[in-house]
Design a protein around this ligand. Structure first.
Ligand SMILES: [Zn+2]
Length: 241
């Protein structure tokens, strides 16, 4: 990757942080990372701070085991292992969003009501998102956080080949090929959760069928930049932060 390409990658990562805040996916907590295309064994992510306040100088580089690179002594996110483990397990993944977006959480804690696509924009959810039960990996004495590589690997195993994994009593993690792809999916995962919860209150829900989900997901692939460009326009509101 040339220097200007790397700068673009960092700029997109910064913008992703802001968009995810503007769209209600992250608040003071949550994080987004991108695989370093120059070295796929590394990823880039902000230091430990609120996403809305991230700028290019806050971006750190990490090895896939979560070790900060370049003798960077700044405080990293506690749950950086989510990202490294997923990049190691999923060569197809180029970006990861971890959040505590509120509407998704109920679907990780209520047995028998899986998060499934109810509209075409969230069709990438396919046949539903798996749920990570941290007690199975960490035992009954845990603090709910994916705070080491072993737990990161367990989360990546639960994610499997899916686009998203729900984390019981905690939040969710969404992956994509690029930063834009992961952000698109994270935003529409939250929207789907809101719509699905509303629909379930009204009565029996008709979900997208498997061929509908597959077809709509394919159709949306070419529309991701359109959403990104709109959401990018919201950035000036954050310049006062
Ligand atoms: Zn978390």
């Amino acid at each position: 990757m040339r220097t200007d390409e790397r700068t673009t990658l960092i700029d997109e990562l910064v913008l992703a942080n802001h968009i995810l805040f503007n769209r209600g996916v992250v608040d003071a907590f949550g994080h987004v990372s991108v695989r370093d295309e120059r070295d796929p064994q590394r990823f880039l992510m902000a230091r430990n701070m609120a996403p809305a306040q991230v700028s290019a100088q806050d971006v750190m580089a990490f090895a896939l085991d979560g070790t900060p690179l370049g003798e960077d002594a700044r405080k990293p996110y506690l749950e950086r292992f989510i990202h490294g483990s997923i990049y190691r397990a999923r060569p197809d993944v180029g970006a990861v969003v971890h959040s505590h977006s509120a509407a998704v959480i109920p679907f990780g804690i209520v047995a028998g009501v899986p998060l499934r696509p109810v509209c075409h924009m969230s069709s990438f959810l396919g046949d539903g998102a798996p749920i990570f039960e941290i007690r199975e990996a960490a035992g009954p004495e845990n603090d709910m956080l994916v705070r080491d590589e072993r737990l990161g690997d367990a989360l990546a195993r639960t994610l499997g080949a899916s686009p998203a994994v729900l984390m019981r009593g905690h939040g969710s993690t969404v992956v994509g090929r690029t930063v834009r792809h992961a952000v698109f999916r994270a935003v529409y995962t939250e929207i789907n959760a809101r719509l699905q919860a509303e629909a379930l209150r009204l009565g029996p829900v008709t979900y997208l069928s498997e061929p509908e989900a597959r077809g709509a997901s394919l159709a949306n692939e070419s529309q991701i930049d359109r959403a990104w460009e709109l959401w990018s326009c919201e950035r000036p509101a954050l310049s006062v932060l």
